[in-house]
Design a protein. Structure first.
Length: 65
């Protein structure tokens, strides 16, 4: 019994994400934490949380450097 066979070719292309400057500077074992090293996120303060402590400042006081 001869059974017909169908042959199909499948082509694929692998596209890798480009390596950013930040990724190149971070060691591979720490790249899972790359959002910690984000220059864009570092320009903002983190969100407020219910457990944040308020710091009372004295009006007119000279702040330490």
């Amino acid at each position: 019994m001869d059974q017909p066979h169908v042959t199909k070719s499948v082509n694929s292309i692998a596209i890798e994400s480009p390596v950013t400057d930040t990724q190149a500077e971070i060691p591979c074992e720490k790249q899972v934490f790359q959002d910690v090293f984000s220059k864009q996120l570092a320009t903002r303060l983190p969100p407020h949380w219910p457990w944040d402590c308020m710091i009372d400042l004295l009006p007119g006081a000279i702040l330490p450097r």
